[in-house]
Design a protein around this ligand. Structure first.
Ligand code: HEC
Ligand code: HEC
Ligand code: HEC
Ligand code: HEC
Ligand code: HEC
Length: 389
């Protein structure tokens, strides 16, 4: 860490006692205003992920590829399309900033809307400056007690040679995530049906590596991968599909078993996600001769479509704009098994090809937002070929 660009004010404070006095004063005045938020006057005085990455290189490299680093309209075309659409309708998108651009929400008076920290989204310094949570049902930045002058918080008591740090129990709880993730991900945990933390699957641990290049080799560290609906790898682990097929009385019957391996409902999170099954019957030359849908599974084979359904013209507003109740909820419950069967009137079938797909956004909403098809293409979650017994 260079002394010209110290990582946080408290560290400078140790180096320059005079400045400490000034900062302690500014921190006190900030505290008098609102005790759950203590911040320097300008966002420029805060460290960016690149600064943290000087020493925490591996963690930086993990984080920079995540949706947390791409949560802002500047970095995420889907978020940008939403912001643009809502701005045209005179909606106040600073409400969205509370989770998507947390530092812009912390510095609403700053004019430079492209300041580095405003582009970075959910950055290192945001999570690691959390010192507790507020009571009530606040969202995003207002859910957390934030203090940018106190030592950085983390899950361990660490060596403090590089900077001061402090153990905080919240890192071993879902609440470090549920201030912003309020779409039911934490329900099973809250209801006691699951004891697994979000971190277990979204920040998997690794053994015997360093956490900082100038720190010791650690027994255990946590990968900052935050994989979700944008990650084909995580999606491939979210569910398994198995099947059996037999011929009977000139028909071919397929039985499928779909198991949710995640510890929450799937799809979860952003309410417009969908998971669906595509079944194609193949003849002995591998030519397709039947499928469960041609254009859209939701209309043609609703039992194979797992999602929340909303009135089509309202769907674009369901994520934090208007309180719209879904008409139907066909998502897969946590750790549940779903059975599907198909009766196809053909005895020419040699095998069924079964594909499980995930989609980030329905086509109808994509059209409404003027979005490129490529932004929310379907992702293949898994694929099976089931031959006839
Ligand atoms: C969304 C919140 C979040 C963001 C963003 C985040 N962290 Fe973390 N970080 C955590 C949590 C939660 C843990 C603890 C995980 C656990 O204990 O299971 C953690 C653990 C750590 C640790 C502990 C040791 C280790 O190696 O696992 C370090 C160091 C760390 N983070 C640094 C960083 C840096 C540097 C960045 C940015 C490049 C960053 N974090 C971004 C939430 C976050
Ligand atoms: C000059 C190098 C350096 C810089 C810059 C730096 N760190 Fe660290 N950090 C360290 C070292 C060394 C440790 C102790 C590592 C250990 O014990 O494994 C540490 C520990 C931590 C911990 C405690 C981990 C735990 O398990 O509780 C967190 C969290 C953390 N740093 C986050 C950050 C964040 C966020 C930034 C940027 C705002 C940052 N660090 C900048 C070197 C640095
Ligand atoms: C047992 C593993 C597991 C645990 C524990 C877990 N998840 Fe997940 N999570 C998954 C899998 C697998 C997926 C991919 C399926 C999907 O996106 O629906 C996923 C998807 C997600 C997504 C992506 C949603 C989207 O809109 O793209 C988010 C966000 C998420 N989880 C947050 C959480 C939070 C927050 C917690 C803790 C309250 C948590 N998860 C606990 C396995 C887990
Ligand atoms: C300051 C708010 C905030 C906090 C705290 C936070 N997240 Fe997020 N997270 C977001 C936002 C906003 C997105 C959506 C980014 C996007 O796609 O634009 C997101 C995306 C994700 C995704 C990826 C979803 C996808 O679509 O692929 C996962 C997984 C995730 N977060 C897990 C976590 C976990 C685990 C924690 C706690 C350790 C956490 N988040 C804490 C705001 C937050
Ligand atoms: C309380 C926090 C919160 C608020 C407020 C919020 N979001 Fe989100 N948003 C998230 C999280 C977290 C995700 C990731 C999926 C999930 O868990 O819901 C997300 C996902 C998204 C996505 C999907 C991005 C992707 O890459 O797939 C878009 C688009 C989006 N939000 C736009 C908005 C807009 C526009 C607003 C304001 C009307 C808004 N959000 C308000 C937390 C929030």
């Amino acid at each position: 860490m260079s002394k010209e660009k110290p990582m946080r004010k408290l560290t400078i404070a140790f180096l320059f006692p005079l400045m400490f006095f000034a900062f302690a004063l500014s921190s006190l005045s900030a505290q008098a205003e609102k005790s759950d938020l203590v911040k320097p006057e300008k966002s420029l005085d805060l460290d960016t992920p690149v600064d943290c990455g000087e020493c925490h290189k591996r963690i930086y490299e993990e984080w920079v590829g995540t949706m947390h680093a791409h949560s802002t309209p500047a970095k995420n075309p889907m978020v940008k399309a939403y912001y643009d659409f809502l701005l045209k309708e005179n909606y106040d998108t600073s409400k969205c900033d509370k989770c998507h651009v947390p530092f812009r929400a912390l510095y609403p008076e700053e004019k430079d809307k492209n300041a580095k920290l405003f582009m970075d989204g959910v950055s290192c310094l945001f999570c690691h400056s959390v010192h507790g949570k507020n009571s009530g049902d606040n969202q995003g930045i207002d859910y957390y007690k934030l203090d940018f002058f106190k030592p950085i918080t983390g899950p361990t008591k660490t060596d403090k040679s590089a900077h001061d740090s402090k153990f905080l129990g919240l890192y071993k709880h879902v609440d470090i995530c549920s201030g912003c993730h309020q779409s039911g991900e934490a329900e099973y945990y809250a209801e006691g049906k699951s004891k697994s933390l979000c971190q277990q699957c979204h920040m998997p641990s690794m053994r015997k590596v360093k956490s900082a290049k100038n720190g010791p080799v650690r027994e255990k560290v946590y990968q900052h991968l935050f994989e979700g609906g944008h990650s084909p790898i995580l999606l491939s682990m979210a569910a398994i599909i198995e099947g059996k097929a037999q011929k009977k009385d000139g028909k071919t019957i397929l039985h499928l078993k779909l198991e949710n391996l995640s510890l929450h409902r799937i799809p979860i999170g952003f309410p417009l996600r969908a998971i669906y099954v595509k079944v194609t019957a193949l003849d002995e030359n591998d030519n397709p001769i039947w499928s469960n849908y041609k254009e859209h599974p939701k209309n043609e084979d609703p039992k194979s479509y797992f999602a929340l359904s909303y009135p089509e013209e309202e769907a674009v507003y369901v994520h934090f704009v208007k309180n719209i109740k879904p008409i139907k909820d066909t998502r897969l419950e946590a750790a549940s098994i779903k059975k599907l069967s198909y009766d196809v009137s053909s005895d020419k079938i040699a095998a069924f090809q079964v594909k499980l797909f995930y989609r980030l956004l329905p086509e109808s909403v994509q059209k409404k937002l003027n979005m490129d098809e490529a932004v929310a293409q379907e992702t293949l979650m898994s694929e099976e070929t089931i031959t006839i017994d």
